[in-house]
Design a protein around this ligand. Structure first.
Ligand SMILES: Cc1cc2nc3c(=O)[nH]c(=O)nc-3n(C[C@H](O)[C@H](O)[C@H](O)COP(=O)(O)OP(=O)(O)OC[C@H]3O[C@@H](n4cnc5c(N)ncnc54)[C@H](O)[C@@H]3O)c2cc1C
Length: 400
């Protein structure tokens, strides 16, 4: 059977899902879902579906955590501080469980519990709003008086910092590695992977029966989950071009001192001042990571040249010299240009496509989606299987 016939056949052939021990398992075995994009959102959606016995095809031209994707690179922070609305903290809580479960299943370290130091040079409204929510969820955050902070973190210059907090249950996740692990797991549980691009779609009204791939093949399915991050505006341009805005984000790694005490004593950190810088000491031995959370220029994630910008290097170096004086003059040892996939209000966009009840949009991570991607995948799966209500905060209608 050629590939085109196989793809077409997927829509009609009865599908029986097998768990790892080989027994049949699901009332959803005749449902086929195509997930377009194997970043964090697509991979976790596919994994949740395949675990329910749904037949899943995961489509991505370049693979999970590829260097163009928003889930690429080594590390992503995980923390519970998210402001006054408890939903994100609850999703962090659920995601922690699922990350740790995945780590155990994979037998490979994904989560690094470094703790997270919050430094506010201006007002700390974000923390004040978050504390009741975070404490209710059972997470511990200490307010550090300045003399305690200086004693506990002697390598940090707190001179212009007004308030400091230490979040205990926080750290970073290995992003590219995790996406690859999840895709492998999807395959192990019977899911299929296609390394091909889906072509843009203009007519979705009434629902979809197939999508067309870049090689001309048609892929039929019962549901289509569009989880292609910063490419959502290209794939579904009529609706999403004005809603998902990809912005350039430079990530820099500076050489660490030779003594290991520096790395070992350094928590992950976020510095909120005129700009928001964040980073950690040595994810996957890349060096001292410094990234600027401010949105950069709007870019095309396929064609953008990923050479780091001199102005952002200068800003990061100046910040580094000031805040982490031991690293003054540290050489740049690696750099990367990634992108955020911002929604206008920075909240997630997870919903059915209007007038197409089998097409789903999953994106809008807006620079903070990775950590909660397990809960995102679980929610999308529950929506498709009609087990959970629509969450208005993430609805598309808020933009229409
Ligand atoms: C520098 C940086 C730092 C970040 N820091 C954090 C952090 O500390 N904590 C946190 O929680 N979040 C963080 N984020 C945000 C988080 O990484 C993203 O929100 C999340 O990874 C988005 O995942 P996604 O699956 O939506 O998109 P992506 O990872 O971009 O996945 C989309 C996939 O779609 C594929 N694709 C593209 N076109 C097509 C097509 N036509 N057909 C099929 N597939 C296609 C791509 O190849 C890609 O693999 C950060 C992001 C960046 C860029």
């Amino acid at each position: 059977m050629n590939r085109r016939a196989l793809l077409k056949g997927l829509a009609v052939s009865p599908f029986i899902a097998y768990n790892e021990t080989g027994s049949t398992k699901s009332p959803f075995g005749s449902m086929h879902v195509a997930v377009i994009g194997s970043g964090a959102f697509g991979c976790w959606t596919a994994l949740n579906l395949v675990e329910q016995g749904v037949q899943v095809t995961l489509i991505d031209p370049w693979g999970p955590g590829n260097s163009r994707s928003s889930s690429g690179g080594e590390s992503r922070l995980i923390r519970s501080v998210y402001g006054a609305n408890p939903i994100y903290t609850q999703w962090v809580q659920r995601s922690f469980e699922l990350w740790l479960k995945l780590q155990k299943q994979a037998g490979q370290r994904i989560y690094f519990p470094t703790g997270l130091l919050w430094m506010f040079s201006g007002d700390d409204e974000l923390m004040q709003e978050s504390l009741p929510v975070v404490e209710k969820a059972g997470y511990r955050i200490d307010t550090l008086p300045m003399n305690h902070a200086e004693k506990q973190f002697p390598h940090i210059n707190f001179s212009d910092v007004k308030s400091v907090y230490y979040e205990h249950s926080a750290g970073y996740l290995l992003s590219r590695v995790a996406c690859q692990i999840i895709e492998d797991r999807v395959c192990k549980l019977g899911g299929r992977v296609i390394r091909e691009a889906a072509l843009p779609i203009h007519q979705l009204s009434g629902g979809l029966d197939k999508i067309t791939l870049a090689d001309g093949a048609s892929l039929y399915a019962d549901h289509f989950v569009f989880a292609c991050g910063p490419w959502l505006g290209q794939l579904l341009p009529d609706l999403l071009q004005p809603i998902i805005i990809p912005t350039r984000q430079d990530v820099l790694f500076f050489g660490l001192p030779e003594h290991s005490e520096y790395t070992q004593s350094m928590p992950s950190w976020v510095n909120i001042g005129d700009r928001i810088f964040y980073g950690m000491a040595n994810p996957e031995n890349r060096g001292f990571k410094v990234a600027d959370h401010s949105a950069g220029d709007v870019i095309n994630p396929t064609t953008v040249d990923r050479t780091v910008d001199i102005a952002s290097l200068k800003r990061a170096s100046e910040f580094l010299s000031h805040r982490f004086p031991d690293l003054d003059g540290a050489p740049l040892v690696e750099s990367r240009v990634c992108q955020y996939e911002n929604s206008p209000d920075t909240h997630l966009v997870i919903d059915q496509y209007p007038d197409a009840d089998n097409a789903w949009v999953v994106g809008g991570g807006s620079g903070q989606g990775f950590k909660i991607s397990p809960a995102v995948g679980e929610y999308v799966c529950s929506r498709i299987l009609e087990r959970v209500d629509h969450e208005p905060l993430f609805g598309i209608s808020r933009f229409l």
